[in-house]
Write a protein that binds this ligand. Structure first.
Ligand code: GTQ
Ligand code: FE2
Length: 348
């Protein structure tokens, strides 16, 4: 018996050595399991507190210059379970820019978005359209669009950047190009995208826009909040209470092809049901305080915190206040999973 196993094992080794010479292999008993019954993620749930981030941002603001090359000063939110990135598909960073600074022009194949956290006075130019960014705005930088930022105000400005870098890297489709000029010329009618599509109910008879991403450059805080207030008068979602996705007004698709974005309100005292789904999420707490239990671990969050949710992790949200609303901005990779037929959801 032992002898047969030995010879099986040594035959297997000899066979595998022969196969290896031709860049081939057969399954080995110690291979990592490929076909797990359900997703097994290396990503860990992770909570970043506003107080810690504020202190660290002050520090990098004082110590780090905008460096040649990238010309961005950021803190990356890293996941302790992953070799890089905040989730398996994207990277969330907090960008800190001081008065007078210019984050110079470039473009990349990775899709990016910004959600403005604090401050005023920066204007960003994306493909020739200039826009003064404000707190609570969502600003899109679709794949391969030129963009730069200049701070014309008087106090530090802070925003969340999310890029689908981990996805683009795993597909080995990375491209990057730095501009020869620090800032691109403003070549477009101001607020052009808003003038064309901003009403959300009307559009040009013959839209000139092509491409996968939304033609809207900025989704402003007031209009998003107003939509959310209106949605609060509808039936609540059992898992997310009141939630709306930022959409491409031309197609009804998510605003960006690879990164999903949503604004969510947990009404006072809301306790949502738990569920799990494929795809990862990063939440930024815009206001209020609440708790999210992820695979049995409870995270108590407050305004300005970030929370990262791994794929297929069971989670349920509640608002810890019985008098105030809690509002969260979320970024997810559902558009990718849905486009590939890999989105699944299971109630607890
Ligand atoms: O502002 O263009 O956090 O290109 C990472 C890469 C920000 C940006 C980041 C970027 C940017
Ligand atoms: Fe960029």
């Amino acid at each position: 018996m032992a002898e047969t196993m030995m010879s099986d094992a040594s035959e297997r080794r000899a066979l595998s050595a022969e196969l290896e010479r031709f860049n081939c292999r057969v399954a080995q008993p110690d291979d990592p399991p490929l076909f797990t019954r359900q997703p097994v993620s290396a990503m860990k749930p992770c909570h970043w507190r506003s107080g810690d981030l504020d202190r660290l941002l002050d520090k990098i603001g004082a110590k780090l210059k905008l460096e040649a090359g990238g010309q961005r000063r950021t803190i990356r939110l890293t996941n302790p379970g992953l070799p890089y990135g905040t989730t398996p598909t994207f990277w969330a960073s907090i960008q800190y820019i001081l008065p007078g600074e210019v984050a110079t022009g470039h473009r990349h194949a990775a899709t990016a978005l910004r959600y403005i956290m604090q401050g005023k006075g920066v204007d960003t130019i994306v493909e020739g359209e200039q826009y003064p960014i404000n707190e609570g705005d969502l600003v899109l930088t679709p794949s391969w669009t030129w963009h730069d930022h200049e701070h014309k105000g008087s106090e530090p400005m802070i925003w969340l950047d999310v890029l689908d870098i981990s996805l683009v890297r795993s597909l080995e489709a990375t491209f990057f190009e730095a501009s020869s000029q620090p800032r691109q010329p403003v070549s477009n009618i101001s607020n052009r995208s808003y003038r064309e599509f901003g009403s959300g109910i009307m559009r040009p008879m013959t839209p000139s826009h092509t491409g996968l991403a939304s033609p809207i450059l900025a989704y402003t805080r007031d209009r998003a909040q107003e939509a959310l207030q209106q949605a609060a008068g509808l039936e609540p979602d059992p898992f997310d209470d009141v939630i709306l996705e930022y959409q491409n007004p031309l197609t009804g698709a998510p605003a960006l092809p690879t990164i999903g974005t949503a604004l969510q309100m947990l009404r006072p005292g809301a306790r949502c049901k738990a569920h799990r789904h494929t795809g990862s999420v990063v939440y930024y707490i815009v206001r209020g305080s609440g708790s999210t239990t992820i695979d049995g671990q409870t995270f108590d969050w407050d305004k300005g915190d970030f929370l990262a949710l791994p794929p297929w992790a069971e989670h349920g949200h509640c608002n810890r206040s019985s008098t105030s609303e809690a509002v969260m901005f979320q970024v997810n990779d559902f558009p990718v999973l849905k486009a590939l037929g890999l989105y699944r959801e299971q109630a607890s």
